[in-house]
Design a protein around this ligand. Structure first.
Ligand SMILES: C[S@@+](CC[C@H](N)C(=O)[O-])C[C@H]1O[C@@H](n2cnc3c(N)ncnc32)[C@H](O)[C@@H]1O
Length: 255
């Protein structure tokens, strides 16, 4: 099973408290500031589509792409119940490094560290070329990722997360292993899922290899891909990122 394979079954529960509506409003605000009136959005690495449903509610037309069949299956289930001002998002299975949809968009987004899953230089470059290939001239791209200065200043530690709903209790251990010379962190997840009715416990293990990036390298790879990096800033905050800013958003355009 792929990364986000087994994990997809508990993904929305694990991130139940994540403020997708607030994040979508923030992305909408960035679009209004940098490319006002733009409606069509491609979301690369859309996962279970939660930003996409929120952005649709804000008046955008969404296409989401993800590698994981399992994450997309959750998105399709949500889509069946979706009601909004525009047509529900379209979801497509594909790899952000190679997918070609044969159409272009006013905005391409990639949210919640999808770019950090592009761990090799070639992966990142290919993903950025995918962005360029799907942007209209003058179109805007927005993506966030782990920010190197903060990851090195405040390295990841072991974390435990416990959540439950009416049917299951989930306990997730996240054990990071840093590879300083590759700018990578292996986050080893061990997830215990207890069925509240039967008492049965299922164990699941996944390793998510995650890359942290620095501003100058993102600028360089954007240039190689034919994109212009305009600015980067703390995700959902103003000002310049620094040693305490783990999550940074990069914005730019296709000329
Ligand atoms: C942390 S999740 C974020 C999902 C979603 N954007 C969200 O905010 O909930 C990362 C997602 O990136 C997807 N992903 C990682 N590498 C990918 C690739 N090369 N092509 C397509 N999707 C990818 C994973 O399948 C997963 O759904």
């Amino acid at each position: 099973m792929s990364v986000f394979g087994g994990y997809s079954r508990y993904y929305d529960l694990l991130y139940r408290d994540k403020d997708y509506a607030g994040e979508a409003a923030y992305v909408h605000g960035l679009i209004e500031r940098h490319r006002p009136g733009s409606v069509s959005i491609l979301d690369l690495g859309c996962g279970t589509g939660r930003h996409d449903f929120c952005l649709t509610q804000l008046g955008h037309e969404l296409t989401g792409v993800d590698l994981s069949h399992e994450m997309l299956a959750v998105a399709e289930r949500e889509k069946a119940a979706f009601q909004g001002p525009r047509a529900a998002p379209t979801f497509v299975q594909g790899d952000v490094r190679s997918v070609r949809l044969g159409k272009s968009f006013g905005v391409v987004v990639s949210l919640f560290h999808v770019m950090s899953y592009q761990t090799q230089n070639q992966d990142l470059l290919q993903a950025l070329v995918t962005i360029r290939e799907h942007l209209k001239p003058g179109g805007l791209f927005i993506f966030d990722c782990w920010y190197g200065p903060a990851v090195l200043s405040d390295p990841p530690v072991v974390r435990v997360k416990r959540l439950e709903d009416a049917n299951i209790q989930v306990t997730r251990l996240a054990e990071p292993v840093m590879h300083a010379n590759d700018n990578l962190v292996d986050v080893n997840y061990q997830v215990f899922v207890r069925d509240k009715h039967s008492g049965a416990v299922e164990e699941l293990r996944e390793t998510h290899t995650t890359r942290y990036f620095f501003g100058p390298e993102i600028r360089h790879f954007c240039e190689l891909a034919g994109l212009r990096l305009q600015e980067f800033q703390p995700f959902m905050a103003d000002g310049a990122p620094g040693f305490g800013t783990w999550n940074v958003v990069f914005l730019g355009t296709r000329d």
